[in-house]
Design a protein around this ligand. Structure first.
Ligand code: G3P
Ligand code: CA
Length: 300
């Protein structure tokens, strides 16, 4: 959807009216079947990147809960696989930066996620590195994460991370989503988006579940966009790589579900950049600091 000045003014007015009426500050949905959300009204949808990860340890249940308490429905995560085949939520393909793995398993360098069992990963502290108050937070399994997001009535932008390391992860991710009740009609149509930096992975997800909204992470050349529109609905680029013209070119194409393609850009954590990408017409902003972005762009 395009951001238009008149629509932005209408959204700002509506946001003010809701505030005056005591309305909530939660994010509305964007995407097929969800009806007009803030993007339709002019404000980009705000996604809490790895949860509210500026304020809580990334990709933990605590970061999801904090996003909810701040009033954000959409959370983003990263999915990888353990040695014994469990899907877990973590960004890096090693455990070193965000857990105490080096202390617990000093001889297991380079501490790759795929070299540890789920039971070993369950012993790790994924919160203490961020702050003492978060000590003891774990690396969630995907199933634990899905259950928490669902319990919180939040929505999920799920990233399949480094799929080249994990053959078959697309099918397995869909299976876990299905088992956790995330692939029923209501959720597929408005509460779930699956994205990846791998076009092959996005294409695979689309082939397996054509009803699911997907996004490709990257900034394809304008001339190549039509090829992506064959199998995905959104193009999600790094904010430094885009222009208003590029965003308009994406919007000018119909995606895999026959609707104009959308653009959700990342990672925008300051007000000036948030306003800049809003002016470019993006549909969504993926951010570690969702409160800062909401304040800047008037999303609600
Ligand atoms: O959602 C977009 C963003 O997560 C992509 O980058 O490295 O944080 O997974 P990264
Ligand atoms: Ca990610």
């Amino acid at each position: 959807m395009h951001v238009r000045p008149a629509a932005a003014a209408a959204a700002a007015f509506l946001g003010l009216a809701l505030t005056l009426l005591g309305g909530t500050a939660s994010q509305a949905a964007a995407g097929p079947g969800t009806g007009p959300g803030p993007a339709a009204l002019g404000g980009p949808v705000v996604y809490a990147h790895r949860g509210a990860s500026a304020y809580a340890p990334e990709n933990t249940l605590e970061a999801v809960d904090l996003a909810m308490r701040l009033g954000f429905e959409w959370v983003e995560n990263d999915v990888q696989r353990t040695r014994d085949g469990e899907l877990v939520v973590i960004h890096d393909d090693t455990l070193a930066r965000t857990t105490d793995v080096e202390e617990l398993f000093p001889d297991r360098r380079p501490w790759r996620v795929k070299d540890f069992t789920a039971a070993e990963i369950a012993r790790l502290d994924a919160g203490g590195w961020f702050g003492e108050e978060y000590a003891g937070a774990g690396v969630p399994t995907l199933r634990q994460y899905l259950d928490r997001v669902r319990r919180n009535q939040q929505r999920l932008l799920l990233e399949i991370k480094k799929p080249e390391l994990y053959p078959g992860i697309e099918e397995q991710t869909l299976r876990v989503l299905d088992e956790a009740g995330w692939l029923d009609r209501r959720r597929v149509s408005g509460r779930l988006v699956v994205q990846s930096f791998s076009a092959d992975s996005v294409r695979t997800v689309h082939a397996l579940r054509p009803d699911l909204v997907t996004a490709f992470l990257g900034t394809p050349k304008v001339a190549d966009l039509a090829a992506y529109a064959e199998f995905t609905d959104r193009i999600n680029p790094w904010h430094t790589t885009i222009s208003a013209e590029w965003v308009a070119a994406v919007h000018g194409l119909l995606g895999a579900h026959g609707r104009p393609m959308e653009v959700d850009t990342w990672i925008v954590d300051d007000a000036a950049t948030a306003r800049k990408v809003q002016e470019m017409g993006v549909d969504g902003i993926i951010t570690n600091a969702p409160d800062v972005v909401r304040e800047a762009v008037g999303g609600f």
